[in-house]
Write a protein that binds this ligand. Structure first.
Ligand code: TMP
Ligand code: ZN
Length: 409
C-alpha cells in the first residue's frame, strides 16, 4: 500500500478513481478458473502530482516470468529506430549503452547496429534467454544500485542508460537512481521513455492503468525527482507510441549538458492546463466513467442486433478495459493475438479465448480494437476485412466504429 510519494516523500493524496479488484493485466490463463485480483486505484500526489496506484504488487510475482514481449510491429520498429536516432545526437558510437528492462533485446540490437557495445538488464529469465540467443548480452536481474556497481566494475561506466517503459513499473526509484549514479559516465545520459500523464488524461486512456504501471508522470514531476537525485532534465521529446509517451533525457547536475527549451515549455504547459490541480483529475475520472458506459452500451447493442464481436490484440490494456467495462465472453467471442505465448490461453478475469489470427475461420462483424495504440497500422493492414464489410470499434477517447462508410458512433 502506498502511503508516502515515491517522488517527493509527501503523503497528501487525491483519490482519482477506483476500479475495484482487477486481475493482473498480463496474467493470461492456461485454463479459465479462479485467479487472484488486486485493488486498482489511482491517486494523485497533491505536492508533486505524481499519479500512482495504491497497491504495489510484488515484482517477483510480476516479472520473473513475463509474457509481455515487446512488439515487433512496424510501428514499434520504426519507433525504436527513432530512439536510436535521438540518442545518437548526443552519444557517440563505440560508447556503452545499458538498457534497463531490455525485454527480448530488439532495441539493443538496433544500438549494436549503430556501433555501440550493449548490455541488457531484465529480470525475466525467459526473455533474457531469448535476447542472449539473438546476440544481445543480458543480465537476468532487477536493476538497482548493487547490480549497477557490479556492471561498472566489469564493463566500465555507461554513456547511455536507457529505460523504455520500465520506469513507471518501479516502486523504489531511489535505488534505481542510485544505480544510475553508480553506472553513468560523467557526461553520460539517462534516458527514459514513459507514457505521458498529459496524453493519458487528454485521450481518456484509462486502460493503460494496470498494476504494472505504478506511476504516471508529468514532466514537472520527473524533473523534481531527478533534481532530488543529483540529476537534471536536459531534453524531452513527445512520441506517439503507446498512446502518447515522452522520451525524457537527464544528465548529472554538474555535467556539460544544457537543457533544451522543450523542457521548460512542457512544464509551463502542464501548469497552464491545470495538471497541478485536483479539478483536472476529477474531470478525467468523469470522462473515464462516460467512455466506459458508452463502450459497454455500444457493444451490447451490436450483440443484441445479432452481430458477432471479437477483440483485436489481447493487450495488457485490453485486460483493464474488458474487466472495467464488464465485457465478457457473452459479448466478445474471442480475441486474436499475434504473440505465440498468448495463443491458446484465456484473458485474465474475463476468460475470453485467445487465438492466432490465421486460425479464425469466419471473420466476426466487428473487432474491438484492444491494441488501439497501433490503430493506424492495423486499419491499413486489415483493408480487406473492411472492404468485406467489417468494422473496428476504437474504444478511446470515446468509442467510435470505423467502417468503409467512415467513422460513426
Ligand atoms: P502492446 O500495445 O502492449 O505492444 O500490445 C499489443 C498486443 O496486440 C500484443 O499482444 C500484440 C497484439 N497485436 C496483434 O495481435 N496484432 C497487431 O496487428 C498488433 C499491432 C498487435
Ligand atoms: Zn509527490
Amino acid at each position: 500500500m502506498v502511503t508516502t510519494c515515491r517522488v517527493c516523500g509527501a503523503s497528501s493524496w487525491q483519490n482519482v478513481i477506483s476500479f475495484g479488484d482487477v486481475p493482473l493485466a498480463n496474467a493470461f490463463l492456461d485454463q479459465p478458473g479462479p485467479e487472484g485480483a488486486y485493488p486498482l486505484e489511482l491517486i494523485s500526489c497533491r505536492e508533486c502530482r505524481l499519479l500512482s496506484l495504491t497497491a504495489v504488487v510484488d515484482p517477483r510475482v510480476l516479472y520473473r516470468t513475463y509474457s509481455y514481449v515487446t512488439s515487433e510491429s512496424e510501428t514499434m520498429t520504426r519507433h525504436m529506430q527513432e530512439v536510436v536516432r535521438l540518442c545518437a545526437e548526443r552519444v557517440d558510437s563505440g560508447r556503452l549503452v545499458v538498457e534497463v528492462g531490455s525485454n527480448t533485446g530488439n532495441q539493443l540490437q538496433l544500438f549494436q547496429a549503430a556501433g555501440h557495445p550493449v548490455l541488457g538488464v531484465d529480470p525475466a529469465r525467459n526473455l533474457a534467454a531469448i535476447a542472449a540467443e539473438r546476440g544481445v548480452p543480458t543480465l537476468a536481474e532487477y536493476f538497482g544500485s548493487d547490480i549497477a556497481g557490479a556492471i561498472a566494475a566489469v564493463h566500465g561506466r555507461a554513456s547511455l542508460i536507457l529505460g523504455r517503459h520500465v520506469f513507471a513499473h518501479i516502486d523504489d526509484l531511489t535505488d534505481v537512481l542510485a544505480g544510475v549514479q553508480a553506472l553513468l559516465t560523467d557526461d553520460g545520459l539517462f534516458a527514459i521513455e514513459v507514457p505521458y500523464a498529459v496524453d493519458m488524461v487528454n485521450t481518456v486512456a484509462f486502460d493503460t492503468i494496470y498494476h504494472e504501471h505504478l506511476s504516471y508522470f508529468l514532466i514537472s514531476t520527473l524533473d523534481r525527482l531527478f533534481t532530488r537525485h543529483g540529476l537534471r532534465t536536459v531534453d524531452v521529446r513527445r512520441l506517439a507510441v503507446h498512446g502518447g509517451s515522452v522520451l525524457v533525457t537527464a544528465a548529472r547536475s554538474d555535467s556539460r549538458w544544457e537543457a533544451s527549451e522543450r523542457v521548460g515549455e512542457l512544464i509551463a504547459a502542464e501548469k497552464d492546463q491545470g495538471f497541478l490541480t485536483d479539478d483536472r483529475y476529477e474531470q478525467f475520472a468523469a470522462r473515464v466513467r462516460t467512455t466506459c458506459t458508452e463502450l459497454t452500451e455500444l457493444v451490447r447493442k451490436e450483440v443484441a442486433d445479432g452481430k458477432r464481436v471479437a477483440g483485436y490484440g489481447a493487450s495488457a490494456k485490453g485486460t483493464t478495459l474488458l474487466n472495467i467495462c464488464g465485457l465478457t465472453r457473452a459479448e466478445v467471442e474471442f480475441c486474436t493475438d499475434t504473440t505465440p505465448q498468448k495463443q491458446g490461453r484465456f484473458t485474465p478475469g474475463t476468460h475470453i479465448p485467445i487465438v492466432a489470427p490465421e486460425d479464425v475461420e469466419e471473420q466476426p462483424d466487428l473487432r474491438l480494437m484492444l491494441a488501439w495504440n497501433y490503430a493506424e497500422e492495423i486499419l491499413r493492414r486489415e483493408a480487406a476485412y473492411l472492404d468485406a464489410g467489417g468494422g473496428f470499434i476504437i474504444p478511446v477517447p470515446e468509442p467510435v466504429v470505423h467502417t468503409r462508410q467512415g467513422v460513426g458512433r
